[in-house]
Design a protein around this ligand. Structure first.
Ligand code: ADP
Ligand code: MG
Length: 326
């Protein structure tokens, strides 16, 4: 198992009014293994997009470190960063907002090839036509503008643009959230096909556990800028270790395919939506946690192994030797 991308204690703060700060990402450490899909899940505002941008260095970290293929990319200057950038791409949530409406689709996909000076004008044209085919678009539509495509097709343009420089790792930030449900499955299938074809590694961001269930090998659950659970997808869906994961999971509509031995009880999150400039003491989740005890209010639980291969930042994880959460 090769680690392609490693984040160590990544912190990203944004300045906020009167010398305050938004702790968007608050000490995240994780490995992304070559060839896998790591799902990153959590409520809106928990820092998923900020983490994604730190991982591909679209934004600089406040502290901590990101290594790509063994190289520390945290502080690389522009010139040495350029070849790294080609290998690391980000796909955005909203395919419309992320595509320049005044540029033709073919030019949008060609842009990274020009930035990275990959070939002659002729070679770039051929490559763009090939990329259109790869993502299921017709090369006859190269000259169309973004508004002439459907939502799903626009996301395919975004995917083609991300693939242009032959990246090894793609961070996809809620790439199907803005699409109709009927189109979501097609785009998710495209992601899977491209992964097989090109040996891609994905960090796949989503705000609920439903979308990433079938695409993720492992899942990282974020709460208020921190990873609170990291586990193999199957194990996590079968039995969450962190109470927050349990609540997220209970919000996923159940598909009655006979695989669930007992219907899940729906747990409704109570308490205030977390505010990243005012982190609760102890475990950040304690004000909303149905199992919180005194320790949870005072001591921050580290991300540790709750069971083999299961990392959880909870004093009383729901799986493992200590068992059932209290
Ligand atoms: P998510 O993608 O999980 O919804 P984000 O990473 O977008 O979360 O945001 C995490 C927190 O950081 C939020 O409180 C958000 O308002 C804040 N934030 C994100 N980007 C900026 C920015 N450029 N400036 C200030 N605050 C930001
Ligand atoms: Mg986001």
């Amino acid at each position: 198992m090769t680690v392609l991308l490693r984040a160590s204690e990544v912190v990203k703060r944004y300045p906020a009014g009167r010398a305050g700060a938004v702790h968007a990402v608050n000490g995240v450490s994780l490995d992304v293994r070559a060839g896998e899909t790591l799902g990153v899940v959590g409520e809106s505002g928990c820092g998923k997009s900020t983490l994604g941008r730190c991982l591909v260095r679209l934004t600089d970290v406040t502290s901590g470190r990101v290594e790509f293929d063994g190289q520390d990319i945290t502080a690389l200057g522009a010139r040495r960063l350029r070849p790294v950038r080609a290998g690391l791409q980000l796909i955005f949530q909203d395919p419309y907002a992320s595509l320049n409406p005044r540029r033709r689709a073919g030019d949008i996909v060609a842009e990274p090839l020009k930035v990275h000076r990959q070939g002659s004008a002729r070679a770039i044209r051929d490559r763009v036509a090939e990329l259109f085919e790869v993502v299921g678009l017709s090369a006859a539509h190269l000259d169309r503008y973004p508004h002439e495509f459907s939502g799903g097709q626009r996301q395919r343009i975004g995917i083609a643009r991300a693939l242009a420089t032959r990246p090894r790792l793609i961070v996809a930030d809620e790439p199907v959230s803005a699409l109709d449900v009927s189109v979501q499955a097609q785009v998710l299938n495209l992601f899977a096909d491209l992964q097989d074809e090109f040996g891609l590694t994905y960090v796949f961001i989503a705000h609920d556990l439903g979308v990433v269930r079938h695409v993720s090998d492992r899942i990282a659950v974020m709460y208020l800028g921190e990873v609170v659970e990291l586990a193999d997808a199957e194990a996590l869906y079968a039995a969450p270790a962190h109470p927050y994961t349990e609540t997220l999971l209970s919000a996923v509509p159940e598909i009655d395919d006979g695989s669930d031995p007992a219907p899940r009880e729906r747990i409704v999150l109570t308490g205030d939506v977390p505010n990243p400039s005012d982190r609760p003491a102890g475990c950040a989740f304690h004000p909303r946690c149905p199992y919180a005890r005194d320790l949870c209010r005072t001591e921050r639980p580290p991300l540790t192994e709750a069971a083999p291969g299961r990392l959880s930042a909870c004093h009383f994880p729901l799986v493992g030797p200590r068992g059932s959460g209290g």
